[in-house]
Ligand binder design. Structure first.
Ligand SMILES: O=C(O)C[C@@H](O)[C@H](O)C(=O)CO
Length: 271
C-alpha cells in the first residue's frame, strides 16, 4: 500500500475509537494533522492543544464541546454524511484544552494546523457553511465550505467537505498547491478523509508531481485517509457509488491558490 494511504483502526477503549491519526511523525506532513474519532453514546474525549489550532467537525451524530468556560451544545445535523447537508463544527485555538461529549454515537473529525496566533474559540454552525456546486459534464461536485480561505475564524486551517457522484471526477482537472510562490501558487499540504456510499465501493486517487518523482495511484476505500504532502491529487469515482471526502489544508500562508496541470487544463475550456 502507498505510504500516502492510511487504513482505519478499530480499537475501542472506554467508548472511544481513534479510527485515524495522521500527524508529522507518521507522514511527510509538517503543517496538517488529522484525527478521526468515533464515540459511543455518552463517551467523552479530551485533549490539550499547545501550538496547534483545531477544527472539530461533527461528521455524524450529536455531541457537545467544552473549552474553558465556553460550552457548545447540540452539535451535529446528520446520521450519515451522505445526507449531503452541512454539519456543525467548533474552532479552538492553541494553548487550550477541550472536551467532547457524545450525546449519541458519533463520528468526529479533528483537523489540526499550526496556530500562528491565539484566536477566539467559536462554533461554526451548519448554516454558516457556504455550499458550492462546481464543474460540468463528468467533473461535477458539491462543496461545503467549513473553513474556506476567506474565513477569519482560523489562523492557518482550511477545511471543506466535497461530494462527487458516480462517474465523476473531482479535484480535477488535476491541480496542485505545493509552491510558496504567490500570487501564482500557495503551499498547502492536504489530507483527504474518504467515505463511500455504499461502503463496499472504492475510488481512485492519484498523487503525482510534474517530474513524477512522486506518482502514486491508490484504490481508496471507505474510511481511508490519503495524505498529500505535494503534487496534483485528482479523485475518480466509479459508476454506482458516491464519494465524500473531508479536506484539511494548511501551509505557511492561509490562501488556496492552486496551479492546474497544464496538460489537462483544456478540460476547463470546453463549451
Ligand atoms: O474538486 C474540488 O473542487 C475540490 C477540491 O478543490 C479539493 O478541495 C482540493 O483539492 C483542494 O485542494
Amino acid at each position: 500500500m502507498s505510504k500516502l494511504q492510511y487504513k482505519p483502526n478499530d480499537h475501542n477503549v472506554s467508548g472511544v475509537t481513534i479510527l485515524q491519526d495522521v500527524h508529522e511523525r507518521n507522514s511527510d506532513l509538517k503543517y496538517v494533522a488529522f484525527k478521526l474519532i468515533q464515540l459511543d453514546e455518552q463517551a467523552t474525549y479530551a485533549e490539550e492543544l499547545t501550538d496547534k489550532e483545531v477544527c472539530i467537525v461533527v461528521l455524524t451524530g450529536k455531541a457537545s464541546v467544552k473549552t474553558g468556560d465556553q460550552l457548545f451544545e447540540e452539535l451535529g445535523t446528520r446520521d450519515s454524511v451522505f445526507e449531503k447537508k452541512p454539519t456543525d463544527s467548533v474552532y479552538i485555538s492553541k494553548d487550550s484544552t477541550f472536551k467532547i461529549a457524545a450525546k449519541s454515537a458519533c463520528k468526529i473529525a479533528l483537523c489540526y494546523a499550526p496556530a500562528t496566533e491565539k484566536r477566539q474559540a467559536q462554533v461554526i454552525r451548519a448554516a454558516d457553511n457556504s455550499v458550492e456546486h462546481r464543474g460540468k459534464y463528468q467533473n461535477k461536485r458539491m462543496v461545503h465550505n467549513i473553513l474556506p480561505d476567506s474565513s477569519a475564524v482560523s489562523s492557518s486551517l482550511l477545511v471543506v467537505e466535497v461530494y462527487t457522484d458516480g462517474g465523476n471526477f473531482s479535484s480535477y482537472p488535476p491541480h496542485k498547491h505545493d509552491q510558496d510562490n504567490l500570487p501564482e501558487e500557495s503551499f498547502l499540504e492536504e489530507t483527504y478523509y474518504h467515505e463511500i456510499d455504499p461502503e463496499q465501493g472504492f475510488v481512485f486517487q492519484r498523487v503525482y508531481t510534474d517530474d513524477r518523482s512522486l506518482d502514486e495511484t491508490m484504490s481508496v476505500e471507505h474510511g481511508d485517509v490519503v495524505s498529500v504532502p505535494k503534487g496534483y491529487h485528482p479523485v475518480g469515482v466509479p459508476d454506482g457509488y458516491t464519494s465524500y471526502y473531508l479536506n484539511v489544508m494548511a501551509g505557511p500562508k492561509k490562501i488556496w491558490k492552486f496551479h492546474n496541470d497544464p496538460d489537462h487544463e483544456w478540460i476547463l475550456k470546453r463549451k
